[in-house]
Write a protein that binds this ligand. Structure first.
Ligand SMILES: [Zn+2]
Length: 496
C-alpha cells in the first residue's frame, strides 16, 4: 500500500510522484472525455431561443431534442442533458464569455485512490473576427486522497478528518452551505469521469459498492462528500448503492436514516423507490403519506413543506387531503389556499376533527368565508373602512369600450381577487382601508367577474400591475389602457 511520509507537524515531507500536477499529466482518454463534453455543449441564445454549434457557431435549430451540426466531417448530434448548454443572451456577447467547469476524475494507482478536480476554463477568442473560436484551458484544481480516516487535499496539504466532517454534517441544518466550502463545489456544471470507477473495487472502497453506479455516473452531480466521504463512512450509502437507489445516495445521503425507516426499504416500497429512481424529496413524500401512487407522490413532492406542516402542525392525514383534492377536482396549486384555510379554521375555533370542517363541500366558498371572518376577527371596522376608501377612489374609475378599472370594494372582493389571481392582494386590506395604498382591478366589460389585472397605485403612480400568478402585464392593448389611465389619475391624499 502506498504511504505518505510526514514530519512532526504532519506536513508531507515526501513528494508523491504519482499524482498529476500539470494538465499534461492528464491521460489522453480523460482529455478526450472532457473535449467531448465541451464540443457537445451547445450555445443557447436566450434572446432568440436559438441554438448554435460550439465549434463552428453554425445555427443548429431551435428544438432542443433535435440539434445537429452538419458542418463537420461527421455530423455532430447534440444531446441536451445535464446542463450541457452555454446560455448567452446574444451570440454577440460571446466575446465576453468566460466560464469554468469541473470534472471529477478518479485515479487508482497501487491501490491508492486519488480524486482530481480538473478545472476547464472556456472562453472565445478572436472577438474582432467574423467568427470567434472556442478556447479551452485545463488545470488541476484539487487533488484528494484518503489516508486512514482522513481526507487529504494534496495541493494545499489540507486535512479533514471523517469524524469532523460527520460532526459538521449533523450539526448543521443544511450542510451544503455550512460545511467547509472546500469540500463542496458550487459549480453547477460538474461531471464525473465514469470509465474507471469499477477499478475502485480493489481499493478501500471495497465495501461501498460505489462502482455499481456504472452508466448512472454520467447523470450525477458529484461532490467530494458524495465521492470520498459518504462511501467510506456511511453504512447507509453502501446500502443505498447496493439497492440501486443512486439518486438517494447522491442526494441527501446524510439525512436518510435507514435503520429507523427499514419498512421503506423493503418489498413494494423498495421496488417503488427503485423503479422511480426516487430522490430525497420523493422519499420524504412516501414517508409522509405511505402512498405508492406516483401521481400522489409527485403532488406531495411538489408541495412537500406544506404537506409536512399539515401533518405535523395540524395532525391531518395526508392521504385524505389528496383524495379530497381529487374528489373535488381541485387543482394542486390550491394546496396553499387549503393550508391558509386550515390555519384560519383553527384560529376561529373550529374543530379540525370535524370532517365537515376539514373537507368542506364547496372549498372556495368556505375558504373565502373564513378569510373574511379572520380579517374581521382581527379588525371589526375593516370592511367599513374599505368601503369608505372605495367610494373615494371611484374618482379614478375608468371605462372604455372593452375595459373597466375600479377600486376594490370589500374584503370579499379582495379575497376573491387574491384567490383568482393567485396573489396576496388580500394582505393589503389593512393598508388599503387606511388609505396607505390604492388597489384597483382591471376587468373586461364582457366578463366583470373574471379577474384580469390587479393594480396597486401609490402617490398617483402605478406601483404594480399583475396578471394571474403575479405575471407582469404583456398584452399591448392593456398596457396602453394602463398608461392612459395612469396619466389621468387623481392623487388622493391619505388621512395621515
Ligand atoms: Zn459545427
Amino acid at each position: 500500500m502506498f504511504q505518505l511520509k510526514f514530519d512532526k507537524n504532519l506536513k508531507i515531507t515526501e513528494e508523491i510522484s504519482d499524482y498529476w500536477k500539470d494538465p499534461e499529466n492528464i491521460p489522453e482518454e480523460v482529455q478526450d472525455f472532457i473535449k467531448d463534453i465541451s464540443n457537445t455543449r451547445v450555445i443557447q441564445e436566450f434572446d432568440t431561443d436559438k441554438f448554435y454549434c460550439p465549434i463552428c457557431f453554425n445555427y443548429i435549430g431551435n428544438d432542443k431534442n433535435n440539434l445537429k451540426c452538419n458542418n463537420h466531417q461527421e455530423t455532430i448530434e447534440f444531446n441536451f442533458e445535464k446542463s450541457n448548454c452555454l446560455e448567452i443572451d446574444n451570440l454577440e456577447y460571446l466575446k465576453y464569455f468566460q466560464e469554468d467547469f469541473h470534472y471529477y476524475v478518479f485515479d487508482i494507482s497501487m491501490s491508492q485512490v486519488f480524486l482530481y478536480i480538473i478545472n476547464e476554463n472556456i472562453y472565445f477568442d478572436n472577438p474582432n473576427t467574423y467568427k470567434p473560436k472556442m478556447t479551452r484551458k485545463l488545470s488541476i484544481f484539487k487533488v484528494y486522497t484518503v489516508i486512514k480516516n482522513e481526507l487529504w487535499e494534496l495541493l494545499e496539504n489540507k486535512r479533514y478528518s471523517f469524524s469532523d466532517i460527520d460532526l459538521k454534517i449533523n450539526q448543521e441544518e443544511d450542510y451544503d452551505y455550512n460545511l467547509d466550502e472546500e469540500l463542496n463545489d458550487y459549480f453547477t456544471c460538474r461531471y464525473l469521469y465514469p470509465k474507471n470507477i469499477k477499478e475502485l473495487k480493489n481499493t478501500i472502497f471495497y465495501y461501498s459498492h460505489i462502482w455499481d453506479i456504472g452508466d448512472y455516473a454520467l447523470n450525477i452531480i458529484p461532490s467530494i462528500c458524495n465521492l470520498l466521504f459518504a462511501p467510506l463512512y456511511y453504512k447507509d450509502f453502501e446500502y443505498l448503492i447496493k439497492n440501486k437507489l443512486y439518486n438517494l445516495a447522491f442526494d441527501k445521503f446524510y439525512l436518510i436514516d435507514y435503520s429507523k425507516n427499514k419498512k421503506l426499504f423493503q418489498g413494494k416500497y423498495l421496488e417503488f423507490l427503485q423503479n422511480n429512481n426516487c430522490d430525497y424529496i420523493m422519499y420524504k413524500a412516501i414517508e409522509l403519506s405511505n402512498s405508492l401512487d406516483i401521481n400522489v407522490i409527485n403532488f406531495i413532492s411538489e408541495y412537500l413543506q406544506i404537506f409536512t406542516s399539515l401533518k405535523e402542525e395540524y395532525n391531518l392525514k395526508i392521504n385524505e387531503i389528496v383524495s379530497y383534492f381529487k374528489k373535488e377536482k381541485l387543482e394542486e396549486e390550491y394546496i396553499r389556499e387549503y393550508y391558509d384555510y386550515i390555519e384560519w379554521a383553527l384560529k376561529l375555533g373550529f374543530s379540525l376533527k370535524d370532517k365537515k370542517v376539514i373537507f368542506p363541500k364547496d372549498f372556495f366558498k368556505e375558504h373565502d368565508k373564513l378569510a373574511n371572518s379572520i380579517m374581521i376577527f382581527g379588525d371589526k371596522t375593516l370592511n367599513d373602512r374599505i368601503k369608505k376608501t372605495s367610494n373615494i377612489l371611484m374618482l379614478n374609475y375608468y371605462e372604455d369600450d372593452k375595459y373597466i378599472i375600479r377600486p376594490a370594494n370589500s374584503i370579499t372582493d379582495m379575497i376573491k381577487e387574491g384567490r383568482n389571481q393567485n396573489n396576496c392582494v388580500r394582505t393589503y386590506a389593512n393598508r388599503y382601508s387606511n388609505n396607505k395604498t390604492e388597489i384597483y382591478f382591471l376587468r373586461e366589460k364582457a366578463n366583470l367577474d373574471k379577474s384580469l389585472v390587479t393594480i396597486e397605485v401609490l402617490n398617483g403612480k402605478i406601483q404594480q400591475a399583475r396578471c394571474k400568478n403575479n405575471k407582469l402585464v404583456t398584452d399591448k392593448e392593456i398596457l396602453k389602457v394602463l398608461k392612459k389611465w395612469e396619466r389621468n389619475l387623481i392623487k388622493i391624499e391619505g388621512d395621515n
